[in-house]
Design a protein. Structure first.
Length: 375
């Protein structure tokens, strides 16, 4: 089985394809219409073969910046980016709808913010909408709603958005079409000895060291670091993710032909709720735990107060918090059974001492294993 076979319609009934700004918009800020027609033809071919496809499309800011005459591709300030996005999104959506219609397909537009996928209820609403659209044979075209997003509440790149959309839609695969054809052992623009990594089973320190934070084109916001973050989200949600070159005509067909790219292998699927937890980009606080607690968590146990060393942040019972080791490395994420003040009171204490400190009978754990996922 080649890398591309993992994303074929038979193996991957539902697929998310992400397209970066540098592929869709030329340096002058105009849509590369001939290239876009090619990718639409690829999508149509897959839909006719029975695959349901959602598209995460960048390009609104770059396109709007040209129309408004804004400096630095519309990224000189948050206000410029918001104005460019609001202007460019109309043209971007029109191009997708027109070309998909020419292939006999119906397009739908979804603009989402970080909060739409971080809030559980709104996430479920988005999930239901995506599921219905795909079941109807519609091709959803999704983008971050940059016209209202701020620095504090935004994905910041569409790589991670694509992985979260895969979780929300129940997709089995994500293809990131990029201006580079995969993860290399080093930045190939700087190191001629760098080689392509074809398969990644686990994103560890060695793999993270290979990433380069820059965007090769200077037009988009995502570099290899953001792609690794997206791969981690996808893997945890049970979806394969591939980084593939989009710098060729009919890039999905070309990927099928040569199988060139980097595949990040999905982990065994977990519950939908735990996948949502693992894919979140924000948390209300965190708890630093001792080595014994780290090992217990990895064995599938709940987080007990006795293993907590330090509690940080302001959170309420039921909020999402992160659990970190003593070096600050994230271990797990889950729903807190206590608010921050009570968690601090009982951190490091055994069960028999907790009732006196709290003034009420303690709960079984700081974070119960049923509401906890390892990272």
């Amino acid at each position: 089985m080649t890398i591309a076979d993992r994303f074929a319609p038979a193996a991957c009934p539902r697929l998310v394809v992400k397209i970066g700004s540098a592929l869709l918009v030329d340096p002058a800020g105009a849509i590369r219409r001939d290239w876009l027609a090619g990718i639409v033809a690829d999508v149509a071919e897959r839909v006719r073969a029975g695959q349901q496809v959602a598209i995460v499309s960048s390009g609104a800011i770059a396109l709007g910046a040209r129309r408004l005459g804004l400096a630095k591709g519309g990224r000189a300030s948050l206000e410029d980016a918001q104005a460019a996005a609001a202007t460019g999104q109309i043209g971007l959506s029109h191009a997708w709808a027109e070309l998909l219609h020419a292939e006999g397909l119906t397009a739908a537009q979804m603009l989402v913010t970080l909060d739409d996928l971080e809030d559980r209820r709104r996430y479920l609403n988005a999930s239901a909408t995506l599921d219905r659209l795909l079941a109807l044979g519609v091709v959803p075209v999704i983008n971050e709603n940059d016209s209202v997003a701020t620095e504090e509440i935004r994905f910041g790149d569409n790589d991670r958005l694509a992985a979260r959309i895969a979780q929300a839609s129940g997709a089995q695969g994500v293809i990131l079409l990029s201006d580079i054809d995969g993860l290399y052992t080093a930045n190939p623009q700087r190191d001629p000895a760098a080689t392509l990594v074809p398969v990644v089973e686990e994103i560890d320190a060695r793999i993270r060291a290979m990433a380069d934070g820059g965007s090769a084109s200077g037009m988009g916001s995502g570099g290899m670091v953001s792609k690794l973050a997206a791969a981690k989200i996808a893997q945890t949600g049970g979806a394969h993710l591939a980084i593939v070159s989009g710098k060729r005509d009919r890039p999905l067909s070309a990927f099928v032909a040569d199988g060139r790219g980097t595949l990040f292998v999905a982990r065994p699927s977990t519950s939908a709720r735990k996948a949502w937890l693992a894919g979140r980009l924000t948390a209300r606080g965190w708890i630093v735990v001792d080595p014994g607690a780290v090992e217990a968590l990895r064995q599938g146990a709940s987080l007990l107060a006795a293993g907590a060393r330090r509690v940080e942040g302001a959170f309420a019972r039921g909020d999402v918090i992160e659990i970190a080791d003593e070096g600050g490395g994230p271990i797990a994420r889950g729903l807190s059974e206590y608010d921050a003040a009570d968690a601090r009171r009982i951190a490091g204490r055994r069960n028999d001492a907790q009732a006196e400190l709290l003034g009420y009978a303690p709960r079984a754990a700081l974070v119960h294993r049923d509401h906890l996922v390892l990272l």
